[in-house]
Design a protein around this ligand. Structure first.
Ligand code: FAD
Length: 157
């Protein structure tokens, strides 16, 4: 299966699971977000996907770093691989066609997967970039949150 075919299977899997569901939080007249996630690293992306799956689609993720340079993987990390073994599912949650294994196998085949030891950190970054793209997660790069304060009407600004 090629990467294009995997992406097509993923679209089908998500549709079969009725994901994402319709947004269930009534939109506010002032357009305020339901959730703002600060940081678009591995966990920010996971949070955004989890919110989307729950039908909380009116959220946004702000990320200080440029796209593709979030988190430690291709910036300050010095270890060459992830510490976790390759079979942990991670941010794919429980969607098989979204896993690192599916992404890697689509490009390197089953023998490639069997031969892989620990996941190289730059490859993990590439996978996270792919995951964000195929899920169309609402991340805005190049924005640093500097202050959180009380806003009007009980909102957080
Ligand atoms: C070599 C190496 C191997 C590792 N192996 C593993 C492993 O196998 N398994 C594992 O679970 N973990 C591993 N880790 C730990 C890994 O760093 C964390 O699990 C992961 O990065 C946590 O994700 P995160 O989104 O919380 O943080 P990060 O990935 O650090 O992402 C946080 C993001 O928030 C952004 N940000 C910060 N402040 C602001 C702000 N004020 N406004 C906007 N954006 C902001 C940053 O730019 C960053 O992109 C490893 C780390 C290294 C370096």
């Amino acid at each position: 299966m090629s990467l294009d075919q995997l992406e097509s299977r993923l679209r089908q899997d998500l549709a079969t699971l009725n994901l994402p569901p319709a947004n269930w939080v009534p939109p506010r007249p002032d357009g305020a977000l339901d959730v703002l996630v600060l940081g678009g690293g591995m966990l920010g992306l996971s949070a955004s996907f989890a919110l989307t799956r729950l039908g909380i689609t009116h959220h946004r993720v702000l990320e200080a770093a440029p796209a593709g340079r979030e988190g430690p993987w291709v910036t300050y990390a010095r270890m060459q691989t992830l510490r976790s073994p390759k079979h942990l599912v991670g941010p794919a949650q429980d969607i098989p066609s979204l896993t690192f294994r599916a992404w890697y196998t689509a490009q390197h085949g089953e023998p490639g997967w069997q031969a892989l030891g620990k996941i190289p950190r730059a490859m993990w970054q590439d996978y996270l970039v792919w995951l964000r793209r195929v899920l169309a997660l609402p991340v805005t790069n190049g924005v640093t949150a500097t202050r959180i304060r009380r806003g009007r009407d009980g909102l957080v600004a």
